[in-house]
Design a binder for this molecule. Structure first.
Ligand code: PLP
Length: 538
């Protein structure tokens, strides 16, 4: 494809996209295809000769579109929102064309600085305390765009783990880091997302699940009881993940209570607000953030509800030193002469004369570098830094020399700040708040319709844009209802189960959902429910 053809075909594609999004509500939300359908339709090998764009795009219409779940549909109520928007798509288009890799300031000055600026804007919009922002170059806090909430959780756990291992190594100089690791334990609620469990598995640390209360919230007293019990067994509580807006029922852990417990027991507090975080741009929902100043890290997904297309997870840390310690690498080819003057999101920058060392934990004392293996920076790349702490080596920089800056797991990073910046500017705070409030209003409307029908119940308090509802009676009724609804494909929803109660999660996802959509979808649910009740009870 040359420049001329691109100009023509890309414009046609833009029309296709606009037509699609304008009419997305008319498609069956869930496709009628069966697993393996595409394998049967496409060749088993890549074409040897170049193919014409029109032929390729014809296959998109004939074979790809029939297998699409229409996440942007007004009738999409499954999961949480995964919204896109025109300014976001424009950001993605431009970012794809520029295709800069924003790992250091030198690799993309605009990409790096825009990320810092956009994250400061967004942090302020949420009402995060100043300690999470990075408005001054020497500020230890700051925001970074990660790919997913799962990755933010993992990054936070690994940073906390490194911090804990360093402290533990000071107290137990005779132990190897692998032995120290066995003493660590972290916590989350029994309602936390599976990605928290996954972070524990990858981090090779024990995880304890705190039983949530009747509102699905983790409370401070239960957490502290578990911590005290574990400490008595010789374990070291080092990390707690609180959820603001659980996946099952959009429940909110009590952040202040949990934060106070974490502070008392010196545990890192991470806050996972993957879905609900977007709502904090509206002051009326910020009461759930009470206690946020006690957290060490906080993450939410603008890629869910804030109309910044996937992927985009906004993560802030109060003290990025712990991240830098964890992801500390500094090969010569990534250094640049402006190191230290702006954030390098991936790689280390070093002041002259600072020697890096990889040392065994038992060789470390007083937070400074002592006898250990000195390694030339040029040779460092071969070491597996990500395994530090679970392997034999921990890297420790001199805490008095704040020169190492590492914020994430991958090296390369996309110019995601562009689409975030476009969305923030094109909607403005007013437009984004209106979008959030409208979703909540429509969820309230749906809830009122459900509650007015004696056959249904809403067993959990509705929070924000999600209503968890069910048919009264045995779980099998609601299971059957959901199966039939999804089979008809007019609306799409997924279930949740808390404390043995099976519910359908009805989330208002799309900015295209209207009063009429809610009425139509409720009619669909009522019709199918009536059929089921007649089938079963006559
Ligand atoms: N945390 C919570 C509370 C979630 O609801 C989800 C997904 O919906 C996640 C984490 C995982 O998000 P991601 O897909 O960005 O990793």
């Amino acid at each position: 494809m040359d420049h001329g053809e691109f100009r023509v075909k890309a414009k046609e594609l833009v029309d296709f996209i606009a037509d699609y999004l304008e009419n997305v509500g008319e498609f069956r939300v869930y496709p009628e295809v069966q697993p393996g359908y595409l394998h049967k339709r496409l060749p088993t090998e890549a074409p040897h000769l170049p193919e014409k764009w029109d032929e390729i795009f014809q296959d998109v219409q004939e074979h790809i579109m029939p297998g699409i779940v229409h996440w942007q549909s007004p009738h999409m109520h499954a999961y949480f929102p995964a919204l896109t928007s025109y300014p976001s798509i424009m950001g993605e288009m431009l970012s794809s064309a520029l295709n800069v890799l924003c790992f250091t300031w030198a690799s993309s000055p605009a990409g790096t600085e825009l990320e810092t600026i956009a994250m400061n804007w967004l942090g302020k919009l949420l009402g995060l305390p100043e300690c999470f922002l990075n408005e001054k170059n020497d500020s230890p806090g700051g925001g970074v765009i990660q790919t997913t909430a799962s990755e933010a959780t993992l990054v936070s756990l690994l940073a906390a783990r490194t911090k804990a291992l360093i402290e533990l190594a000071k107290l137990n100089p005779e132990l190897q880091s692998s032995e120290l690791l066995g003493h660590l334990i972290c916590y989350c609620s029994d309602q936390a997302h599976s990605s928290v469990e996954k972070a524990g598995l990858i981090g090779l640390v024990r995880m304890r699940y705190i039983e949530s209360d009747e509102k699905q919230c983790m409370r401070g007293a239960q957490l502290e009881e578990a911590i005290i019990t574990d400490k008595a067994k010789g374990l070291v509580p080092f990390w707690v993940c609180a959820t603001l807006g659980t996946t099952g029922s959009v429940a909110f852990d009590n952040l202040r209570e949990i934060g106070e417990v974490c502070e008392k027991h010196s545990a890192w507090l991470h806050v996972d607000a993957a879905y609900a975080g977007s709502a904090f741009i509206c002051p009326e929902y910020r009461h759930w953030l009470d206690g946020i100043e006690l957290a060490d890290s906080f993450a939410f997904n603008p890629s869910k509800w804030l109309m910044v297309n996937f992927d985009c997870t906004a993560m802030w840390v109060k003290d990025s030193t712990a991240l830098h310690r964890t992801f500390n690498v500094n090969p010569i080819y990534l250094r640049h002469e402006n190191s230290g003057k702006a954030i390098d999101y991936m790689v280390g920058t070093q002041t002259a004369n600072t020697k890096r060392r990889i040392i065994k934990s038992h060789e470390f004392d007083n937070g400074d570098l002592y006898a250990g293996e000195n390694v030339d920076d040029e040779n460092l790349h071969g070491y597996n830094k990500m395994a530090s702490g679970c392997g034999q080596q921990i890297q420790i920089e001199n805490p008095n020399k704040k020169e190492l800056l590492h914020w994430q797991i991958p090296l390369s990073r996309r110019f995601r700040a562009l689409k975030l910046w476009f969305v923030l500017r094109n909607y403005g705070v007013i437009g984004l708040q209106k979008h959030i409030r409208e979703s909540v209003r429509l969820a309230q409307k749906f809830e009122a319709l459900v509650l007015a029908d004696q056959r249904f119940e809403v067993p959990q308090t509705r929070n924000l844009g999600m209503v968890a509802f069910r048919l009264k009676g045995d779980n099998t009724l609601t299971e059957l209802l959901l199966k039939r609804l999804n089979g008809r494909g007019y609306i799409h929803a997924v279930p949740a189960c808390f404390k043995g109660i099976y519910v359908i999660r009805f989330t208002v996802t799309s900015q295209r959902t209207t009063n009429q959509t809610i009425l139509d979808d409720w009619n669909e649910i009522k019709t199918v429910a009536s059929e089921i009740l007649v089938d079963i009870f006559g």
